[in-house]
Design a binder for this molecule. Structure first.
Ligand code: AMP
Ligand code: ZN
Length: 110
């Protein structure tokens, strides 16, 4: 499948890794929108939040269990977690990912 985040998960495209285990990977966003901007992805391809099901949701729980650890490693106590689903919501990479944004006072969004 021609998916950039599958390629990053497989190590075929380099990334600046922050955290990795068998199921998930966290790496720095190439175009940071905040002083700290990391993406957390499942290694398995899930197209986005709308493709999360009872069958694959365990990896999403796993991501959320890892997020405090990742944030601590990044040195942020205050952070925002965002996922964009669909083009109108700003999703450009159609592989589920959670943005961790922090390191500054973030503007209101939601
Ligand atoms: P979204 O717009 O929510 O789909 O987020 C996709 C994010 O992936 C954007 O913030 C991009 O800057 C980021 N991105 C795209 N390609 C790469 C890459 N090769 N390495 C790291 N981040 C990337
Ligand atoms: Zn993928």
């Amino acid at each position: 499948m021609d998916c950039i985040f599958c390629k990053i998960a497989a190590g075929e495209i380099p990334s600046k890794k922050v955290y990795e285990d068998e199921q998930i990977l966290a790496f720095y966003d190439i175009e940071p929108k905040a002083p700290v901007h990391v993406l957390v992805i499942p290694k398995q391809h899930i197209a986005g939040a709308a493709a999360v099901t009872a069958e694959n949701a365990a990896v999403v729980a796993h991501i959320f269990a890892a997020i405090p650890q990742i944030a601590a490693e990044l040195g942020v106590t205050d952070f925002r977690v965002v996922t964009n689903n669909g083009v109108d919501a700003g999703q450009t990479v159609h592989h589920l990912h959670f943005h961790i944004l922090g390191g500054a006072r973030l503007g209101e969004m939601a």
